[in-house]
Each structure stands twice: as C-alpha cells, then as structure tokens.
Design a protein around this ligand. Sequence first.
Ligand SMILES: NCCCNCCCCCC(O)(O)C(F)(F)F
Ligand SMILES: [Zn+2]
Length: 343
Amino acid sequence: MKTIYSPLHAGHAGTMELMSGVIVPGFEKPSRAEIIKARVESEKLGPILAPEAHDLTAAKRIHKADYIDFLPTVYPAWEALGRSGSAIPYTWPTRGLRGDVVPDTIDAKLGYYSFDAGAPFVKGTWEAIRSSYDVVLTGAKLVKNGEPAAFALCRPPGHHAGAGFMGGYCYINNAAVAAQWFLDQGAKRVAILDIDYHHGNGTQEIFYSRADVQVLNLHGDPMVEYPYFLGHADEHGSGAGEGFNVNYPLPFGTTWESWNAALEDACAKLTAYGPDVVVVSLGVDTFEKDPISQFKLKSSDYPMIGARIAKLNLPTLFVMEGGYAVDEIGVNAVGVLTGFEDR
Ligand SMILES: NCCCNCCCCCC(O)(O)C(F)(F)F
Ligand SMILES: [Zn+2]
C-alpha cells in the first residue's frame, strides 16, 4: 500500500491546550506522524510519497469559503498584535449571542470560526494544514487511478472540522474533502467509516442532509465524551440525507467484542449502501492505553479491523485522524493497514 506524507506537518508543533483547567502541551504533536511513518517503513508497507500541491478549490467544495480564507490569516493577525505562542479563542457566539456580525478582531474571529479551544495555531500551523489537505487529495487520486487502497498520513487531523468551523485539533476536514473529490470525479456514492474514538461531528455536519455520502461513526457516547453535543444514535440524517448517517455511541470501557459488533453492523449497512469507494477516518485512540480516551482495544485488534474493511472489497482511502498513545501509535495504525493487506 502507498503512503502519502509531508514533513510540513512538523510546523504545527509546540501547541498548548486546556486539559482539566490546566494549560498543557498539546497531545496532537509531531511525533505522532513521525512514529507512524517509521512503522510504515519498518513494516515495509510500501512507498512513501510526497503530496502533489493543490489549490483550495476542493476544500471549498465542503467548507465555507470565508472559513477557509480565514485560516492563513490567523497567525499573522495574532503576531500583528505582538502576540506569540498558541493562538486560541476564548469567546464563542453561543445561544443568545449574535453570529451575523463578526467583529474584525482575531479574538472574535477565532471564536466565530471554532467550536472549542482545541484547534490552536502556531506559526507553522497553516502550512501544516495545507500539507495535510494535499496529502489526502494525493491519496484520493491514487485510489481513483486504480490503487486498491492508499494511506493518507494526515496531520493535523480533520473529522471535527465542520463546513464553517474548526475544533478538536481539526481545521480542514481531510476525509470530507476526499469524499467530495471522489464524487466530483464521477463516483455516485461514497461511504465514510469513522473509527476514531471521538465522534466525527464535522463530517456528520457536512454531509447530514445528503444521500450521496453515507457517514458511519463508532465513538465514545457523547453523553459522557467529547464532543458532547453531537453523535447520538438518533441522528439519522435530515431531508434527502435521512438514513445515511449512522452513529454507534459506545460506553467507557468498550472492549473488542462490543466494538467489533458495532463494526460488523456498520459494515453491513455500508455494503447495503453500495458505495463506489470507502474513506476510513482512521483514529487509533480506541486503544486501551490512550491517555485521553476510554475504550479498551488492544494492539492485536487493529489488524482485524483492517481485515474486516478489506472484506468490503471496495477501493479504500485510509485518512489518519487521532491516537495519542504515541509509543504504540505506529503499531496500531499500521496494524490496520497490514491487516487490510492480510499480511
Ligand atoms: N483538551 C480537552 C480534552 C480533549 N478534547 C479534545 C479531543 C480532540 C480529539 C481529536 C481526535 O482524536 O478526534 C482527532 F481525530 F480529531 F484528532
Ligand atoms: Zn479522536
């Protein structure tokens, strides 16, 4: 399997985040991608390719243009105020406030274009976001051109980013960009299977009213887990999209047996949908040792996930999302891929 990777991810480094009221070094750090890349090499998964460059047209097919155009302006505006470190919002237009008038100050715009304080910017963040976007489009093109599967080693991740907002370490929704690109290239139906521990609220929001993209999500129950405000089982899609969004909220402590039962059901629904291609939002924060997550999957489970996805017999694009147990992130993420190849 080919991997697409860009060293430009590493510019998104030294971010800080709020964890239980304390500002701590961000969990979504450069070593994650480096360790996965090293494992791709040691497992001899296949060639590692640099991404081709793209303009932002494909991003604006699923994100609002003003949101995308805002992203490269963030850090320069932050620095213009004499600031350094991580650009982080601290005020949001929640219920009872106005979102139709956005003051032209970076603090207001950061709040307007985000849903949490979890998408910090540093000097190299925009370049990293762009590289992650180029990585996923390059991977999609490989699959479109006949590769049975490809691995887009994306960093930063994307599945929490909605049409007009960032959050949860996500800025451009890489998986959603790829799904739309496949449709624009002639696919009739695309399925997105999101197996990250956290609900892909952004991906759901983007395609919620559409029947040409089926979104299936296995994740920590939002009644107890981030992102809290989307991801319930009663969210089936709206309008033409009714029935094409499926959520599998699962409790803290979920082990392989019940997680795999949800995967089986999702795969059955995906097969019934009959997509031309499947995009997998590959997060491995379902791992028992993940520092911010509460599922109990073991490293030996990940190859079985890959094997099950291979049985779908569909062109497959794997898109890296989360996973924070960095010592094992390579084994777990690449385990899905070697399992897919039945190695
Ligand atoms: N700091 C407060 C607790 C953690 N809140 C943010 C969790 C973000 C999870 C991100 C992810 O793993 O879902 C992704 F795949 F997007 F990377
Ligand atoms: Zn996650």
